[in-house]
Ligand binder design. Structure first.
Ligand SMILES: [Zn+2]
Length: 431
């Protein structure tokens, strides 16, 4: 009798322990989303001491301009002249441009209808400056979170560096695979989720980071377990950590897009999403180092893009890739560098079908990348061109690169649905 009682209570206890462990695990993803919201509502980080004289935007010579332009060819031309397009209206575009490029632009056929210094223009976003954005993860916080996920799930998760940035930071990759760890190769179909090619697009780090948390928190649910059992999943939330840290270093955003390369003219950064070797620097990017769309001195001139090239080419099993950017609420597929559609009909139809489904799940719009403007040398054109990967760019939502922390939760939730869908297509993108 006592034995039976002991057995029953042991059984009950282990069931309880299992249950509470499960409960704890399942809490983690919701917990972090909840924490993000409360950190947004009650930021507890002291306001950085800002001395007006060191405000980085005061010495930044970029101007925010609005120029008449009504089609993709004009927009592409403006990108080539150095305009970093941020806002597109029917008859005009707006964005940042360096002073030198602006004086060249003023001699061209375009008509400039608005002009402000970056300092004056950025004032309107003051409420969203870093103190109120403590919910976003910086480089160290991202790494700590990835470490935690990897150590709590060490049977299926591993963390490794795919290479170093120009300032020597590691670019971290969280891998989810039930039978291979670290850099050991796998023959399972592979999926890559990468964020933050562009420094100031901080939301694009949160989505893949929290997607990793979601997958691991739900790892025992059959609808997620089947992907963890059968796929080789790589999550690289922060691809350009140098740029991210530079953007937030002073306590006031710098509107920095590129990496941290110091160029020959002392300007900072190469646009990593213009540095890949497919139609490199042919359209929608600039050879001028000070430009926000500067393509670099040659294809793969940057250690970050070299790391991605080597990573992808060493893993023939990769079938799908999602690169997160912000902010236009779009799901984009190749080509981005040319206006022509993908020639291979089977591939084109598969791209369109998947993009449409992800658009349905997120409420974004699906289109060929160059429909807005052509921009050559990006990740997705290269990944499809050189490795046959079904590669998408998701432009997350928002009204600015700095939309505040309240947007994180809803953006993450809807993009998780699209990311899970992409996993469901990774074994056979043509199905
Ligand atoms: Zn971007």
């Amino acid at each position: 009798m006592r034995k039976v009682f002991l057995l029953v209570s042991l059984f009950a206890f282990s069931a309880f322990a299992q249950k509470s462990e499960e409960l704890q695990k399942n809490l983690a993803f919701d917990q972090i989303l909840g924490e993000l919201v409360s950190r947004y509502e009650n930021p507890n980080i002291p306001e950085p001491k800002m001395d007006g004289s060191i405000d980085p935007l005061k010495t930044d010579d970029r101007m925010y301009i609005t120029v008449k332009a009504s089609d993709k060819k004009e927009r592409t031309r403006l990108l080539e002249l150095g305009l970093d397009i941020m806002d597109i209206k029917k008859d005009s575009v707006s964005g940042l441009i360096s002073k030198i490029e602006l004086s060249a632009l003023e001699n061209k056929e375009f008509s400039i209808i608005g002009k402000k210094t970056i300092y004056d223009w950025a004032k309107q976003f003051e409420k969203d400056f870093p103190v109120s954005d403590s919910a976003y993860h910086n480089y160290n916080e991202t790494l700590e979170y990835l470490k935690k996920l990897a150590s709590e799930n060490s049977d299926i998760a591993s963390l490794f560096s795919m290479g170093k940035t120009i300032e020597g930071r590691d670019i971290w990759v969280l891998r989810l695979n039930s039978s291979a760890k670290g850099e050991v190769k796998s023959s399972k179909p592979g999926a890559v989720f990468v964020g933050n090619h562009h420094a100031r697009e901080h939301l694009s780090n949160e989505v893949p980071l929290l997607f990793a948390a979601y997958l691991l928190d739900n790892r025992d649910k059959p609808e997620i377990k089947k992907y963890l059992d059968t796929l080789d999943i790589y999550i690289i939330p922060m691809f350009n950590p140098d740029g991210v840290e530079y953007d937030i270093a002073t306590g006031r955003y710098r509107w920095h897009r590129k990496n941290a390369r110091i160029n020959s003219d002392k300007s900072i950064g190469v646009d990593l999403n213009r540095n890949y070797d497919t139609t490199w620097c042919q359209s929608g990017s600039s050879h001028y180092p000070g430009s926000d769309t500067y393509c670099g001195t040659g294809p793969f001139s940057e250690p970050e893009t070299q790391a991605m090239r080597d990573f992808i080419l060493a893993r023939k099993n990769i079938k799908t890739l999602q690169s997160y950017h912000s902010y236009a609420s779009l799901i984009l597929y190749p080509w981005g560098g040319i206006y022509d559609p993908i020639a291979n009909e089977k591939d084109r139809n598969a791209f369109i079908k998947m993009a449409n489904e992800m658009a349905r799940l997120t409420g974004y719009n699906a289109q060929q990348s160059s429909e807005l403007y052509a921009a050559s040398g990006d990740t997705c054109d290269w990944a499809y061109d050189k490795a046959g990967i079904f590669a998408f760019t998701t432009e997350l939502e928002g009204n600015s690169f700095y939309p505040g922390a309240s947007i994180i939760k809803k953006t993450v939730e809807k993009n998780i649905k699209a990311a899970v869908y992409l996993l469901s297509m990774t074994d056979n993108p043509y199905k």
